[in-house]
Design a protein around this ligand. Structure first.
Ligand SMILES: *Cc1c(COP(=O)(O)O)cnc(C)c1O
Length: 519
């Protein structure tokens, strides 16, 4: 303040054009007021008592559809429109009965911290409490999920980018061993990435973006549960390693699921990891959904071999309850990350920083950009996501996370139990984590005397599923498992409780009876 005044006195600057006299049109204060106005609407939304968005479409579309406004309507009227037309017509994803996706609604702490980040740390740079928590929370995740001690992480917008980053580092490592710097020079060799059919499609997209091509992803056979067969993997690797066929063939990565998206199965990590070591190939574990499963003592043994991983990803915006936009990649060597992704020097910052990170000599929060996360991934500007993860863990601790993960895994097991016990239901696959695939088979279904035709059963379950979604009480997805169309709830939401498991089963039995009754 004082400085500004002095300036004004000593150099009486005059506005030379009209622009300099116009005040900023956007409101930059009134935060509490705005929050208060929206908070009650948001609370109301979370009761899920209002109609589904689509039911009111004609009203809100009419109100919202317009060409770009030449004149703004001002702060208060936008708040009103948000409250009246936008918020009440939001998504079913945070509904506790919604179990279709693996992303969920954020817990309150996630929402609040995310807001705090957007206000107080719009970037993950500088020597601030927010950037301190970026690193600390990554270490917390690594420690909670028992990742190898050397592993360091970087946040990104989600599992898709986290997989892209992992494969970028795998590509760097593989080609450097061949004497080529792929990030600098590009490459001409054909590549191979080994994954199972159950792997997430973001792997194929990452292969495409990284110049290896979708076809470089070789699909390794799975067992009846959808887990990668180590024998099939070994066979394929051996075939590709024959000197003749290996000509110009770069074997970039082996990818294992720690919780597949469709059914939640975990590949045999230990066997796959050992094969990866033996063949000297990068071992990536995709734990976007399922890494937190390691917190459940009942399934923890399935994570043996995680210690062999070269890269691991997890999505805090799935089971941990963060708002969407937070994924994390962990690798052993950040230098490698940096060689794969560094943007290079830019003139506009040259000389701005002493680059000391959190050292004794740094005197202001802008003496250094801090850990150069933007060199480890594909984003330059990015939110300070770590504070959100820190807050989620600080609120409920690892013990709270253990409780949530165990509760959700138990819910999947409860459904399995009910499906096995009920004559009208069939368990399609035993749950590994918090996904349970089951279906309605009719009073005289496969367990009864006269089974309904397989194709009719798929159609019936599809109709049951559509009705479930329409009713809006329990909203699972479906999943194709071999020839069978199953109903697939995936329990990850913090708001989703035990009751939802039993209620879903009841509703499926009711709807199944209604829809299969002779007309
Ligand atoms: C969800 C998921 C992804 C993709 O994550 P996004 O955050 O949706 O980009 C990748 N892999 C697995 C196994 C997933 O479940």
């Amino acid at each position: 303040m004082a400085k500004q005044k002095q300036n004004n006195e000593s150099t009486p600057l005059r506005a030379k054009d009209e622009g300099s006299l116009t005040p900023e049109p956007a409101e930059c204060g009134r935060l509490s007021e705005g929050l208060q106005a929206l908070a009650s609407q948001l609370e109301q939304y979370l009761t899920f008592e209002q109609q589904d968005a689509l039911a009111n479409r004609s009203e809100w579309q009419k109100a919202l559809q317009s060409s770009v406004p030449a004149q703004g309507i001002g702060f208060d009227k936008v708040i009103d429109e948000l409250a009246k037309y936008v918020i009440p017509n939001g998504s079913q994803i945070p509904n506790p009965g919604f179990t279709s996706f693996i992303t969920t609604g954020a817990s309150t702490m996630g929402t609040l911290t995310s807001l705090a980040c957007s206000v107080a740390s719009p970037q993950r740079v500088g020597l601030t409490a927010f950037t301190f928590l970026e690193e600390l929370s990554l270490q917390w995740l690594a420690s909670m999920f028992e990742l190898p001690a050397q592993m360091r992480g970087v946040y990104s917008s989600g599992g898709s980018v986290a997989n892209l980053v992992s494969l970028g580092v795998a590509r760097q490592s593989t080609f450097e061993a061949l004497g080529i710097d792929p990030a600098e020079e590009g490459f001409t060799q054909r590549c191979r990435i080994y994954a199972s059919d159950s792997s997430h499609r973001s792997i194929h997209r990452a292969a495409a973006i990284l110049g290896m091509g979708r076809n470089s992803v070789v699909s390794i056979r799975t067992d009846s549960m959808g887990r990668m067969s180590p024998d099939a993997l070994r066979k394929q690797l051996t075939l590709d390693s024959i000197p003749d066929s290996k000509q110009d063939l770069a074997q970039v990565a082996i990818i294992a699921n720690a919780g597949s998206t469709s059914t939640g199965v975990i590949d045999p990590l230990l066997e796959i990891g050992e094969i990866a070591r033996e063949f000297g190939i990068w071992f990536h574990v995709d734990g976007a959904y399922g890494l937190p499963g390691i917190l459940d003592p009942r399934v923890k043994p399935l994570y043996r071999g995680l210690e062999l991983a070269d890269s691991v990803i997890v999505d805090p915006h799935k089971w941990l309850g963060a708002p969407v936009g937070i994924g994390a990649t962990f690798v052993r060597d950040r230098e490698l990350m940096s060689r794969a992704f560094a943007q290079g020097a830019s003139d506009y910052f040259e000389g701005s920083f002493i680059n000391d990170q959190f050292s004794e000599t740094a005197q202001t929060s802008m003496d250094s950009l801090g850990v150069p996360y933007s060199d480890f991934s594909v984003e330059l500007s990015a939110p300070a996501r770590g504070a959100v993860v820190w807050a989620l863990l600080r609120e409920i601790g690892t013990e709270g996370m253990v409780e949530r993960v165990c509760r959700h895994n138990s819910m999947a097991r409860r459904i399995a139990e009910l499906a096995k016990a009920h004559p009208n239901l069939e368990l399609v696959q035993e749950p590994t984590l918090s996904i349970c695939c089951f279906r309605y088979v009719g009073a005289e279904g496969s367990k009864g005397a006269k089974g309904i035709k397989a194709s009719d059963l798929n159609e019936l379950n599809q109709r049951i599923h559509r009705r479930l979604i329409k009713n809006g009480r329990n909203m699972p997805s479906t999943a194709q498992i071999g020839e069978v169309l199953a109903i697939r709830p995936c329990f990850v939401g913090a708001r989703t409780t035990w009751q939802h498991a039993e209620d879903l089963v009841e509703e499926v039995i009711e709807l199944g009876a209604q829809l299969s009754a002779p007309q």
